[in-house]
Design a protein around this ligand. Structure first.
Ligand code: NDP
Length: 291
């Protein structure tokens, strides 16, 4: 296995690689095949997709064709997908999960996340969001109990959304996947999730695809230069060293390989410098106003 690839223990009793591969905006059969091939060759064993990414079928097909090349089977891979914001509710949620299974060509998912606490087409402030996402959670809990979903979790949930979920849920979420990086540190949310046994998984660790201000942040670049590492490695290691999972996305083979090589340490001084960056910027969608 690639260096630096360790597992985190989830509250389900199962484990998940702390480094996974993000696939947002990777579309097209040929590109997906090449990228999954590069990711498997580099040592990634965990893949993150979502119904809304529109790439589940191509990822499923690529994995089916490529796993034998690496002497791997389905069971060696940790597969995560997500319920789309327009699939919330009692009737839609189970159908959505089964559709993702069918698109990926698998009989179970390792993790299935509620992508967003809000419901598509409903105002963010509406109390219907809570009603429908509660129905969603109950439907997913049943699929978890049947073993079709081997882990269930949430994404973009704030402390408020989690507290409301705790008030009624039979099954606690195993994962909360949120934007988390030195420009959006979410210290309170991390503490809350840790206290409640929920694994925090970071997305957009590199700032996403549309800007470079995180990889170009002077604190990040100076630590990277000092250590002889890339800025991306420093950003990813910063999360992993706090026990936070990462799912970097890249279509570039040398970056795919670089992003999983995180078996180095950031000194306490470097961690403090990164944790003290003053700039606050959120690069993806913001769930704070979702009722
Ligand atoms: P990332 O923060 O992973 O950044 C991706 C960008 O960084 C791409 O432009 C990529 O370029 C570039 N990049 C990758 N590696 C390097 C490197 N070593 N050095 C410099 N640049 C690099 O973006 P995402 O927003 O895609 O987040 C990661 C994953 O998280 C997603 O793919 C998705 O799976 C998940 N996600 C979940 C969300 C949610 O709401 N639950 C929201 C957003 C993301 P290139 O590809 O050209 O190499």
């Amino acid at each position: 296995m690639a260096s630096g690839l360790t597992n985190v223990s989830l509250n389900t009793g199962r484990v998940m690689p702390i480094i996974g591969f993000g696939t947002f905006q990777i579309v097209g059969k040929g590109l997906i095949y090449r990228v999954i091939d590069a990711a498997l060759a580099s040592g990634y064993r965990s893949f993150d997709t979502a119904a809304v990414y529109g790439n589940e079928e191509d990822i499923g097909q690529a994995l089916k064709e490529l796993l034998p090349k690496y002497g791997l089977t389905r069971d060696d891979i940790f597969l995560t997908s997500k319920l789309a914001p327009n699939d919330h509710g009692k009737n839609s949620a189970e159908r959505a999960a089964r559709k993702s299974l069918s698109h990926l060509g698998v009989t179970y998912l390792d993790m299935y996340l509620v992508h967003w606490p809000g419901v598509a087409g409903i105002p963010m402030e509406s109390s219907h969001n809570l009603k429908l996402r509660t129905e969603t959670w109950n439907a997913l809990s049943e699929l978890y109990e049947k073993g079709i979903l081997r882990g269930i979790g949430v994404s973009n949930y704030t402390v408020k959304h989690l507290e409301e979920l705790f008030a009624h849920c039979k099954i606690k979420p195993a994962v909360n996947q949120v934007e988390f990086h030195p420009h959006f540190q979410q210290k309170e949310l991390l503490k809350f999730c840790t206290t409640h046994g929920i694994h925090l998984q970071a997305y957009s660790s590199l700032g996403g695809s549309y800007n470079h201000s995180l990889v170009d942040d002077p604190v990040v670049t100076s630590i990277a230069r000092k250590l002889g590492k890339g800025s991306a490695q420093v950003l990813l290691r910063w999360a992993v060293q706090q026990g936070v999972g990462v799912i970097p996305k890249s279509v570039t083979p040398n970056r795919i390989a670089e992003n999983i090589k995180l078996n180095f340490s950031l000194s306490e001084e470097d961690m403090t410098a990164l944790g003290s960056i003053k700039k606050v910027e959120k690069y993806a969608w913001n769930p704070a106003r979702v009722a």
